[in-house]
Design a binder for this molecule. Sequence first.
Ligand code: PGA
Length: 252
Amino acid sequence: MTNKLKYFIGNWKMFGDFGSFKIISKINQFCYKNRNVHKKKIVLCVPNILINFFNKKLKSKYLSLGAQNCHYHNSFGPFTGSVNASMLKKVGSKYIILGHSENRLEGDTNQIIKKKIISALDQNLNIIFCIGETHKEKIKKKTFSVLRKQIRNSLKKKFNINKIIFAYEPVWSIGTNKIPKKNELINTIKFIKRESKKYLSTKKMPKVLYGGSVNQKNIRLFSTISDIDGFLIGGASQSSKKFIDIIKNYYK
Ligand code: PGA
């Protein structure tokens, strides 16, 4: 079994209210009980309105909280409905998801994502930078060129690689119960590592998570791929049992 650090990051999306504290509290208890077992980092990216509430109630060293997006503007400004990275940091976010395909669909371009990464790095947040191809792009065999473009157009060469974790999320796999073939996935994860390492001219091997329909069953298959540094888990992270079972089954 691996002794490499693995990430289990939940993306709650538009889910949850104050009552959902019971979910996060159960996950926190699991993290506490298993604090010395396996090198793992557990993060839950929840809606902005819950970050402060959860943070104060939990006061946990074993589970970190994160946000799911932010505005790129660094200070306060006339951006109705938006929050910036500094506001998210102040309420207790340690992590932030940027470039998620659901946000790309709503207009986030690589250029906008780059500005968001700059502002989040300014706040010393850890960035979960999502990239991935659509079904159409996959069929046209454009996966690698799409990923290369997302990496090069959203990242600056001088970005601090220690604060950026890549998440490979094929768009066709999100919420669909479809997952990539093992060989394809290994090749793609290796490609992202190679490509980003070269582009950022770093000696450090970039960390790459997989996301898309991860559940308590298919995690066994993913656990056989040592190149994957962890998982970004959507739907299944909204249930404490499913999320905990994913972690348990990973290490089985
Ligand atoms: P899913 O979502 O696990 O529900 O497929 C993953 C994500 O959107 O990050």
